[in-house]
Design a protein around this ligand. Sequence first.
Ligand SMILES: [Zn+2]
Length: 310
Amino acid sequence: MTGPYVIRKSVNGEGNGLFATRDIRTGETVVEKRPLVVIDLNQGRFLPDGSLSLARIYDEWNRQLSDPKERKDYLKLSHHDNDAQLAQNRKDTLTSNPDAGKVIAIWNNNCLGTGSHDLYSKISCRINHSCQKNATWGGNGEGFTVRAIRNIKKDEEVLISYISLAQPRKMRSDQLRQGYGFDCDCPACGKEFDQLSDDRRKVMCSLNQKLPKVVEAAKLEKFDKVVRPEHVKLCEDMVGWLKQEPTMIDEMFVKQELLAHLYRIEKKHSTASSMMQQAYEGARLCRGDGDEHTERIKYALQGLESRLQS
Ligand SMILES: [Zn+2]
């Protein structure tokens, strides 16, 4: 499926970007694609530290991307030469192909990660980053979608975020430089950046660090034993801060879902239900109906509502 976009040179002249070919409404799907290469993170070869083995990246690429033209296009994508050299020299690359290091460096620079899968597609690599994005993306092994989180004007560039935006400017800039090799000059990072917004992100970053992993993971079976009032307070604060940054709606619905579960465990069913409703609306906007995560929230919401009625 092709969407209302075209890939062309970015405004500042560096590399390509994805641009709207007409006005796009909030919640509309901009891109819907099957990825060309998928690595299922639940399976297979990992290094002792848990990271993906380089040989596996190369093998999957080699197996899944068989079209010579696709391969050629792939090898033109951006990457750091240093990284390619490092990967080539690593024992775990285990291949004689002189391009293996480059394949891996490009993968690391251009793939999108969904938590359970790493996905590579030519489209995904051409959507640029902004810390004040206007679109979110989501995906699984079947494919990925990009959706508008606000109205996007014709000819405006469609921008997603490569990293968590709940961190201050300096941290984001380090992460983008190390991980993707560029300096972000979006309105949240440039000279005229909004100090108040940056202060909010600083607070969110420290709240995120305090939200215990056990709660964050939302493995709800054992939740009841570990939830404490301070977790609820932390989560409420987080949702409150996120509300002030509309561009972070995808981070917000996840926290709203978590908070709704915490309220449920505290037996505040009505509050839980209205919080889950908000999470559901956010998930529909960011991920769409039928998405795994949206469906999970919908199911939880139905459970809470039927409880209220009984
Ligand atoms: Zn930025």
